[in-house]
Ligand binder design. Structure first.
Ligand SMILES: Nc1ncnc2c1ncn2[C@@H]1O[C@H](COP(=O)(O)OP(=O)(O)OP(=O)(O)O)[C@@H](O)[C@H]1O
Length: 311
């Protein structure tokens, strides 16, 4: 069954799906034994036949997508293909015109309680009049946690993003990259079923961007977080993703669902130099620019790429 298909089973050969960077299923057989072994995984997010129309403009049509527990799925696509619209539908900020979004077996209707969103614009998502610790702790009120418990959870999350000493500061006293780490800590502390990240590293410099990519990979590895990350950056989509979803446009739809098999732990220098990374980056780049898949590139040793050739 193809990755991304409804009710799918996931080939353990996908490594990264529940593999080196994320939690591993306890009964995972040895993938080196030869045959691909299929394993049932829990779907956290199921998007079924989703479409969205803005007045006379059809922005999305027939989007089907699933995200399994512990997966980090990247979404890329050309400008205007509907990435933000899809994210807003998943976050419950807009109601899709057709289809539905199911989170942990419940169709969402409005902003779900068990989801956290990290936006690109950290300066607008943090409250300047609250300390860093209080920013992180604030959403935990919705969890019904007491003050001490909220404070402890916030401190723990700040520690995991390497900001253990910054709790008493205010957001405006921190660099942009640090502020975005506070936003990530806030999402981590909340322990959502799904973390949505909308161009989370789009407003920081290149070095900080790489640091934040590694931070997300690390916290995902330790916390087993399920993450859906929208990015414009093709390299980034491959570097952080267990799968890359490429959207096509007019109207927005899923063009390809590409498993990423890279040896771990991932590293900015060695991973990006891997032949497989270079191949995947080229593949995703071609698809984003509207080209098809290179004939014959899916050998038995390469991950299967599910491409909608009609787009
Ligand atoms: N509120 C709106 N009203 C009407 N049309 C809209 C609205 N929001 C988005 N659109 C249109 O829907 C399509 C998808 O927009 P969307 O912002 O989701 O794409 P995107 O992939 O996130 O784009 P970008 O990468 O440039 O941010 C575009 O053609 C856009 O012009």
């Amino acid at each position: 069954m193809p990755p991304g298909g409804p009710g799918r089973t996931t080939p353990l050969a996908l490594g990264g799906v529940l593999g080196h960077d994320g939690p591993h299923p306890p009964d995972a057989p040895d993938a080196t034994q030869g045959a691909t072994v299929y394993h049932e995984v829990a779907e956290v997010l199921e998007i079924e036949n989703l479409g969205h129309r803005y007045n006379d403009h059809l922005a999305l049509e027939g989007v089907n997508l699933t995200v399994a527990e512990g997966e980090l799925v990247s979404i890329v696509g050309p400008s205007g293909c509907g990435k933000s619209t899809l994210l807003r539908c998943i976050a419950g900020l807009i109601r899709p015109t057709t289809g539905k979004v199911v989170l942990n077996d419940t169709a969402i209707d409005g902003v779900p309680d068990n989801m956290a969103v990290v936006f690109q614009d950290y300066s607008r998502s943090l409250f300047p009049w609250l300390s860093v610790r209080d920013n992180v702790a604030l959403p935990l009120r919705r969890r019904g946690m007491g003050k001490q418990e909220r404070r402890a959870a916030a401190q723990e999350a700040l520690k995991s993003v390497d900001l253990a000493d910054a709790g008493g500061k205010y957001p405006w006293q921190l660099s942009g990259g640090m502020q975005q780490r506070v936003s990530i800590a806030r999402a981590l502390a909340y322990r959502p079923a799904l973390m949505l990240m909308d161009e989370p590293f789009g407003s920081v410099d290149a070095q900080t961007r790489e640091d934040l990519e590694d931070l997300v990979l690390n916290v995902r590895g330790t916390d087993g977080m399920t993450i859906l990350l929208v990015t414009h950056d093709i390299d980034e989509s491959v570097y952080v993703g267990d799968r890359v979803i490429v959207l096509g446009r007019n109207p927005g739809h899923v063009r390809a669902d590409i498993p990423v098999e890279l040896p771990g732990p991932r590293d900015q220098i060695t991973t990006r130099a891997e032949p497989e990374f270079v191949r995947l980056r080229a593949e995703v780049g071609r698809l984003v620019r509207g080209g098809g898949k290179t004939a014959g590139s899916a050998t038995p040793h390469e991950p299967k790429v599910n491409v909608d050739t009609t787009s």
